[in-house]
Design a protein around this ligand. Structure first.
Ligand SMILES: [Zn+2]
Length: 94
């Protein structure tokens, strides 16, 4: 497959590190894929991304998708699992 150079402009390390927490993914550890082009270190991280995407599809419709990558930085707090990801997104905007 020589198609993955294509991702470099968009998701440079999509298989090297978790798309959510940026933890390095090693070949011996489990990698959780989402949408075929995003990799996560755990189900929790992937679920958070899914939740975040669902939230975005509702609340971020008017906003450009160019703000996507900056959103993830604030998702470090693990306790956001129980709450809505809306909260973290609000933090970024503020
Ligand atoms: Zn992760």
């Amino acid at each position: 497959m020589d198609t993955y150079w294509y991702y470099e402009s968009d998701e440079p390390h999509f298989l090297d590190s978790c798309s959510l927490c940026r933890k390095t993914l090693s070949l011996n550890s489990d990698i959780y894929m989402y949408r075929g082009d995003m990799a996560f270190c755990s189900q929790e991280c992937r679920q958070e991304q899914i939740d975040s995407d669902e939230t975005k599809s509702k609340t971020w419709k008017k906003t450009s998708s160019s703000s996507r990558s900056s959103l993830r930085k604030s998702s470090d707090s693990k306790d956001s699992v129980s709450g809505k990801t809306v909260r973290t997104e609000t933090l970024v905007v503020a």
